[in-house]
Write a protein that binds this ligand. Structure first.
Ligand SMILES: Cc1cc2nc3c(=O)[nH]c(=O)nc-3n(C[C@H](O)[C@H](O)[C@H](O)COP(=O)(O)OP(=O)(O)OC[C@H]3O[C@@H](n4cnc5c(N)ncnc54)[C@H](O)[C@@H]3O)c2cc1C
Length: 470
């Protein structure tokens, strides 16, 4: 069939935005300003019917199709050049059922929408560490955040999804319905369809005991060593991710520390302050922190703690790995590159994925790294496009120095576009099964603007998803 977008426009309840429209440039903007894509059409869908129309249209017109949830993806896989973008940002309803402690979430929600809706009921869904990230991309990749050690990855709390498949059919999937697809989407990214709604299990979390502890950079090697011993044996109630940061020049921090490079742990405990202090007692033997900001705070406050520091529109370049152990050699490299962060926004985070994440095995869901201790991410970030080269170089050099001590794969949500071998290494033993399911549900690879799982039997993705090599 030939392309006729006038027909699509007439049938949609939502908007169809084209180049030249006054809203086009705003609508195509991504969170990462390093990525500049120019879609042929942007469909702001309002319901599943709109999504079905768009999927059928892209397939039948043979044009590239991208799915946009929160638009936060590092390499900009929520958009594409010269194709159709299904933009879900108008599908942001959240319905909490307090009786069953379940939450139904629209496919275009960001986590702030969910936190807002759940907090008044005294519950929370495990997500990430920033409230502006999309539920769609974060969940389908796995979902790592403040509540991972207590309750597992976001996918471990996923009960059901409603989804439009490549043939335009609409399915509900869960452990009972289409269990093969339910397995695949828990880590398999946007490879299998457009999710119009997620249903999550929520947990009784209202006020957490949380916040950062920062130490001087010269203490980094000792802190990293002690942090590893602590987090590998700590009760699951407490999470803490290790970080290198530059203290932002804001009132929340003492003036003396403004713009100082530090290492730190950002804690989040679901226990009360007394029990949390008891759990944190071993840290009293660590070097004295420059700043201890741990205290009770509402969960949505913690979730949005970093929002102001990282507004949309900065330059971002991501490098990542899974990590099993912090050897003294890797710690030495971390200390060196942490000290060398080239701008005040650059960072490195080590997110623990032990605790409740280890309750599942590698083959239980498509997310296969169930025995590693951390998802590591090195991010070159800066508002100024002139610093693009500098932050990319730092992130790449840092990654090259620590990668030899890491596990073979990386969390798909922390990667740029790094090629098929890297995706295969990431899915590991699950990759052949994912490829079989991809062949069954999307043999033409309609959903290929993602960390692509190539259908079994196909040699490679049949059309490039990207236009700008970085
Ligand atoms: C500032 C920042 C902080 C972050 N913090 C965390 C964190 O704490 N934990 C963590 O796990 N990750 C984190 N991430 C990474 C994040 O999970 C990924 O960037 C993710 O891809 C973002 O999802 P999105 O929906 O916003 O992205 P988009 O760019 O909209 O989409 C990304 C991919 O997801 C797919 N997708 C999105 N929605 C749907 C849907 N409804 N149906 C089908 N496919 C869909 C798309 O195909 C696309 O390939 C962070 C990212 C940023 C920029």
């Amino acid at each position: 069939m030939t392309e006729n977008h006038a027909d699509l426009k007439a049938k949609l309840r939502g908007d169809l935005i084209l180049p030249g429209d006054s809203t086009y440039d705003q609508a195509r903007k991504l969170y990462n300003a390093m990525i500049d894509k120019k879609p042929r059409l942007i469909a702001r869908c309002v319901d599943a019917a709109d999504v079905i129309l768009c999927v059928n249209y892209a397939r039948d017109s043979n044009i590239l199709l991208a799915i946009r949830g929160g638009g936060h993806n590092g390499p900009g896989l929520g958009s594409c050049d010269d194709g159709l973008v299904i933009d879900l940002s108008r599908m942001r309803g959240v319905r909490v059922d307090p009786a069953t402690q379940t939450v139904q979430v629209g496919g275009g929600c960001v986590w702030g929408d969910v936190d807002h809706a759940t907090h008044v009921f005294g519950v929370a869904v495990p997500s990430g560490i920033i409230s502006t990230t999309g539920v769609g991309g974060l969940t389908l990749g796995g979902g790592i955040g403040h509540l991972s050690r207590a309750f597992g990855l976001t996918i471990d709390n996923l009960l059901a999804l409603e989804m439009v498949l490549a043939d335009g059919s609409f399915v509900t999937i869960s452990e009972q319905q289409h269990p093969d697809l339910f397995w695949a989407v828990r880590g398999g990214g946007g490879n299998f369809g457009v999710v119009t709604s997620f249903t999550f299990r929520a947990h009784p979390v209202h006020t957490v005991t949380a916040g950062p502890m920062f130490w001087a950079m010269e203490d980094a090697p000792e802190i990293m060593e002690r942090y590893e011993s602590f987090i590998t044996t700590a009760p699951n109630e407490i999470n803490g991710f290790f970080a290198f940061h530059t203290v932002p020049p804001i009132d929340m921090f003492p003036k003396d520390f403004h713009l100082r490079k530090v290492c730190g742990v950002i804690w989040c405990s679901v226990a009360d302050p007394d029990r949390t202090r008891q759990m944190l007692r071993p840290t009293e033997k660590w070097p004295k922190p420059l700043l201890d900001g741990v205290g009770p705070m509402p969960m949505p406050v913690l979730q949005s703690l970093f929002d102001g520091l990282y507004p949309p529109g900065y330059q971002w370049y991501w490098k990542a790995d899974f990590v099993d152990h912090l050897s003294s050699e890797s710690i030495a490299q971390h200390a060196k590159f942490g000290e060398a962060m080239p701008t005040a926004f650059c960072t490195m985070h080590l997110y623990p994925i032990n605790g409740a994440v280890h309750k599942r095995n590698a083959e239980d869901t498509a997310f296969s790294f169930r025995r590693s201790k951390w998802a590591e991410v090195i991010v070159g970030v800066d508002p100024d496009p002139a610093n693009k080269g500098t932050i990319i170089r730092w992130a790449k050099d840092y990654w090259s120095a620590v990668h030899p001590y890491a596990a073979p794969g990386a969390y798909i949500n922390f990667m740029m576009e790094e090629g098929a071998a890297r995706i295969e290494a990431t899915y590991g033993i699950n990759y052949p099964r994912l490829r079989r399911l991809k062949k069954q549900y999307d043999p033409g690879n309609l959903f290929r603007v993602n960390q692509n799982v190539v259908p079994e039997g196909a040699v490679k993705a049949n059309l490039s998803a990207r236009a700008q090599p970085l």
